[in-house]
Ligand binder design. Structure first.
Ligand SMILES: NC(=O)c1ccc[n+]([C@@H]2O[C@H](COP(=O)([O-])OP(=O)(O)OC[C@H]3O[C@@H](n4cnc5c(N)ncnc54)[C@H](O)[C@@H]3O)[C@@H](O)[C@H]2O)c1
Length: 250
């Protein structure tokens, strides 16, 4: 076995970050690039992805992760990858009875089927070199449920179950698969929810944490960097909450 890289370093490792143009994904891109990984940012928003890529020395690719054929092509073009971060996601705020079958299809496609598609595309190369780190961004909504986010929660719950199964199937290849469950994190996604729901939503979100505040994207990126690192080699199948103690009461 090669000597582990020093703590906080990913020298030369090739990383694919979906939805890396802004928010949590962008913080992960910055942190991985700072750790000297070679990062590909795959995002619907090519302009924002390219701007960030130019800033940190990464590559940008336009990709809709809910299109499995496009995912396969982008991974074939830019891969192989040592690290896969399935981060792209979309939410929706509506009571279940107000949602439609089209909503379910879209939410499941972007939040769950995309994780399957990216993993399916990236895994064979990881298996061939007997190394890989898969990090799936789920949500505390998956573990706690979410009033007004039932379909999103269902998709994110699927991500946790999928992560555990991939961990089981791939341990023998030296591949780990873990999930990160963020609580309320200050990103454009959350800002849009607050713009719609107002200060009441913001207060409810911060009150649900033990620490009584929003998290920052960099705090999720720190967890992703750790799980991608050689120091996390003995951790697999886990879901790490980065949520200020959400769900513990408070
Ligand atoms: N912000 C939070 O409070 C929070 C909490 C729990 C979980 N999460 C999860 O963290 C992840 C990142 O969330 P965020 O808050 O940074 O969101 P965001 O909306 O701020 O950023 C999401 C990024 O994903 C990209 N994206 C969206 N759909 C895509 C698609 N189909 N193909 C490719 N790229 C796509 C967007 O262009 C954007 O760059 C998501 O999976 C989200 O569900 C966020």
């Amino acid at each position: 076995m090669a000597a582990p890289l020093p703590f906080g370093r990913l020298d030369g490792r090739r990383a694919f970050v979906s939805g890396g143009a802004r928010g949590i994904g962008a913080a992960i891109v910055r942190s991985f690039a700072g750790a000297r990984a070679r990062v590909v940012i795959a995002d619907l928003d090519l302009a924002a992805a390219s701007e960030l890529a130019g800033e940190v020395g990464a590559l940008a690719a336009k990709l809709d992760v809910s299109d499995a054929t496009a995912v396969q092509a982008v991974v074939a073009q830019h891969g192989p990858f040592d690290i896969l971060v399935n981060n792209a996601g979309v939410d929706q705020h509506a009571f279940f009875t107000d949602t439609t079958a089209e909503d379910w299809t879209k939410l499941l496609a972007v939040n769950l089927l995309s994780v399957l598609a990216c993993t399916h595309a990236a895994l064979p190369a990881m298996q061939a070199v007997r190394f890989g780190r898969i990090i799936n961004i789920t949500s505390e909504a998956a573990r706690l449920g979410s009033k007004g986010g039932s379909v999103y929660s269902a998709a994110k719950g699927g991500v946790i179950a999928f992560t555990k199964s991939i961990a089981r199937e791939n341990a023998r290849y030296g591949i780990t698969a873990n999930a990160i469950a963020p609580g309320p994190i200050r990103t454009p996604m959350l800002e849009q929810a607050v713009a719609k729901g107002g200060d009441r939503i913001l207060r409810a979100m911060t009150d649900a944490t033990l620490l009584g505040r929003l998290g920052e994207p960099e705090e999720v990126a720190s967890a992703a960097l750790f799980l991608a690192s050689d120091q996390a080699a003995y951790i697999t199948g886990e879901t790490l909450g980065v949520s200020g103690g959400m769900g513990l009461g408070g």
